[in-house]
Design a protein around this ligand. Structure first.
Ligand SMILES: Nc1ncnc2c1ncn2[C@@H]1O[C@H](COP(=O)(O)OP(=O)(O)OP(=O)(O)O)[C@@H](O)[C@H]1O
Length: 261
């Protein structure tokens, strides 16, 4: 079976900065894939490229067999997306927003589906409130609901749990696990390593745009290694290597300068 997501040497430059650096990875159908990495490591940029919101500088990507750079509308119609820290339009109520999302996605029974989400995520009392007046957590619930309204085969979700309380986090974690158990795929970017270790089947670690590791969570569990310890060790090693490399470069620079003096 072909992978749901496949990237080959996917790269994104912003001027001098290489935000994503030649990333090659594959995500299998039915996996709950965690994209992990420190601040600024390129997770959001990856998701933006995979959902056709941003074109790569080089390399390629395929999402559900579609090239997101060539057919961004097709890819966005097929997948569910929760963009990072995005909020729903301020001038619509929660209910209007889901109805709007349902119309774009041509969902026939949108009222029924929206009702289900309001009940499931426990915010039916907020459906007539303008999005601008919703709490951050409730806005996040709304963004979560819009991503899954059309039961997509793949959802790419950027930090979907960060503003939710522990009860709601547990519910959403359960939802994501059940979703992938039924054969659909989740590509989740998160800082919360505990959650990733708990629910993800597969993971990748990015650091400064580079893919440091990709593998299965069970492989770590079999070796009795916690994902957060594995992550810390790998990222810390990378940082130490960079310091050593930087020092060596600096020293060489001094030697060169001395030679030229
Ligand atoms: N549109 C842009 N223009 C210029 N630089 C950008 C742009 N978008 C992202 N970057 C830079 O690219 C790098 C990667 O950013 P990105 O948002 O992908 O990281 P991230 O892993 O999602 O970070 P965080 O965990 O903090 O959300 C950062 O250095 C960021 O400043």
């Amino acid at each position: 079976m072909p992978p749901v997501i496949l990237t080959k040497n996917l790269t994104k430059n912003f001027g001098e900065l290489r935000a994503v650096d030649s990333v090659t990875l594959s995500v299998e159908k039915g996996s709950l894939f965690g994209l992990l990495g420190p601040n600024g490591s390129g997770k959001t940029t990856m998701i933006r490229m995979l959902t056709g919101q941003m074109k790569e500088s080089s390399g390629s990507a395929e999402v559900l067999g579609i090239d997101p750079a060539k057919e961004p509308v097709k890819v966005r119609a097929a997948v569910g997306i929760i963009p990072e820290q995005e909020t729903p339009p301020s001038f619509l109520t929660a209910e209007e927003y889901l109805s709007f999302a349902g119309k774009i996605r041509k969902i026939g029974d949108i009222e029924e589906k929206a009702e289900w989400w309001f009940d499931y995520l426990d915010f039916a009392d907020k459906k007539d409130v303008l999005c601008k007046d919703l709490s951050r957590g409730t806005r996040q619930k709304l963004m979560f609901a819009q991503a899954f309204l059309h039961n997509p085969d793949l959802a790419l979700i950027d930090e979907p749990l960060i503003n939710l309380d522990p009860v709601m986090q547990r519910k959403v974690k359960g939802f994501l696990k059940d979703y992938t158990d039924s054969g659909r795929t989740i590509f989740l970017s998160t800082h919360i390593l505990e959650i990733a270790g708990e629910i993800c089947t597969d993971f990748a670690i990015l650091h400064k745009g580079k893919l440091l590791h990709t593998g299965k969570v069970t492989e770590l569990k079999e070796k009795d290694i916690h994902l957060d310890d594995f992550f810390m060790e790998l990222v810390e090693k990378e940082i130490i290597d960079e310091i050593i490399e930087g020092k060596e470069r600096g020293e060489e620079g001094i030697v060169e300068r001395e030679k030229n003096a």
